[in-house]
Design a binder for this molecule. Structure first.
Ligand SMILES: *Cc1c(COP(=O)(O)O)cnc(C)c1O
Length: 381
């Protein structure tokens, strides 16, 4: 594919990083399991590969694809979403300060609280739905503003462009975890962010069968060089097979996202009218407080939603216990719908309401999902 031409998203999803194998003509890339690559008699590496922690053909393909889909210059792939988060934080110095959302993904909070706090990287966890709260949290040593939208599990949305501008005025970088939206629905690099992070484990992998992460940067700059260094020196790289699995899923990403969104919209509308449901958190609902903002910065509202069953924890556990199609499991972005009592997985300091169930809407027929929730909710007293 001619990389110089600016193709549309669907075309990039099929072709970016997917090259016909020059050795064999194979249309689909082989999986290069070799950990090491031969040198020429003169000591050079004629194919550019030396050792698989440094570079691997499958990883190169995945990194090229992800950079193209997010509109970045470069990308680095990792063995998990949290390895990507960790690599970003490793670019910070002792004494640096991070601003992060109060409702940040709990695993990212663990990285900041348990791995980096002891290296003197402090984090203020603030309500980022309010720009003035974020402005007040800025300190002279603030280096990074972490953005996550829509958030987990309340699907709160924050203004990416306004937060990126605020970060830049303070001399900090703006980095967005774009896992929930995917680059199909939201492109933070076009809204002013310096980097995007993904758990490719979720929508990009799309089948609940591969763990992975990635960082995509707008420019191949010094900050990205730090991420690349953490990848090469730290070694948290994905396997060639992991890269190949994510690559296999990317061509269908735009079509899967359309279907996830269409199904979620129908399920959200159904739950919104249900007498045993006290509130539905989905930015696609017209009366959702984040509807206007999400309409501006997203092209659709995603496949994730949560709802609160009137009656609290017992009622929520009853619904989760009675569903037939939904699988009771954590995670998201697969073809199968998942349901999860979020407070119990987040542990004792969780602020998530006890009656809340988070669902990842899959690719089943929406009416079957609605029928299933209908019968499960009938068991609530
Ligand atoms: C899953 C997830 C992560 C972490 O990814 P892992 O692959 O599980 O390490 C980070 N952020 C968000 C929003 C996620 O959903």
């Amino acid at each position: 594919m001619k990389a110089s031409k600016r193709y549309r998203f669907e075309t990039l999803a099929v072709h970016a990083g997917h090259e016909v194998d020059p050795g064999t003509g194979a249309v689909i890339a082989p999986i290069h399991l070799s950990t090491t690559f031969e040198r020429d008699a003169d000591g050079s590496y004629p194919h550019g590969f030396i050792y698989s922690r440094n570079h691997n053909p499958n990883r190169n393909g995945l990194e090229a694809a992800l950079a193209a889909l997010e509109g970045g210059a470069v990308s680095a792939a990792f063995g998990s979403g949290l390895a990507a988060v960790t690599a970003i934080m490793q670019g910070l110095q002792p004494g640096d300060h991070v601003i992060a959302p109060a409702d940040i993904y709990h695993g990212t909070a663990n990285v900041l609280k348990h791995l980096f706090a002891k290296w003197q990287v402090g984090t203020s966890f603030v309500d980022m739905t309010r720009i003035d709260t974020v402005a007040q949290a800025i300190r002279p040593n603030t280096r990074l503003v972490w953005i996550e939208t829509p958030s987990n599990p309340l699907l709160q949305c924050v203004d990416i462009a306004a937060l990126a501008e605020l970060a830049h005025r303070a001399g900090a970088r703006a980095i967005a975890d774009n896992t929930f939206a995917s680059p199909v629905l939201q492109r933070p690099l076009t809204l002013g962010c310096d980097m995007v992070m993904h758990a490719t484990t979720k929508y990009l992998g799309g089948r609940s069968d591969v763990l992975g992460g990635a960082v995509i940067a707008l420019h191949d700059d010094d900050a990205f060089a730090q991420v690349r260094q953490a990848q090469l020196f730290g070694g948290g790289v994905p396997s060639p097979f992991d890269c190949w699995l994510v690559m296999r899923s990317l061509p269908t990403l735009p079509y899967r996202m359309q279907a996830h969104c269409a199904n979620a919209r129908k399920v959200a509308a159904f739950l919104h009218e249900h007498p045993k449901v006290s509130v539905v958190h989905y930015p696609g609902l017209p009366d959702n407080p984040f509807h206007a903002l999400a309409s501006r910065q997203m092209s659709d509202f995603g496949g994730m939603l949560s709802f609160e069953v009137a009656g609290g924890k017992d009622a929520a556990m009853t619904v989760a216990g009675k569903v037939d199609i939904f699988t009771r499991a954590t995670s998201l972005g697969g073809t199968e719908s998942l349901i999860e009592h979020r407070a119990s997985i987040e542990g004792p300091d969780s602020k998530t309401p006890q009656g809340l169930l988070r669902v990842s809407i899959g690719l089943e027929h929406a009416d079957d999902l609605i029928d299933d929730l209908t019968q499960a909710l009938e068991h609530v007293q």
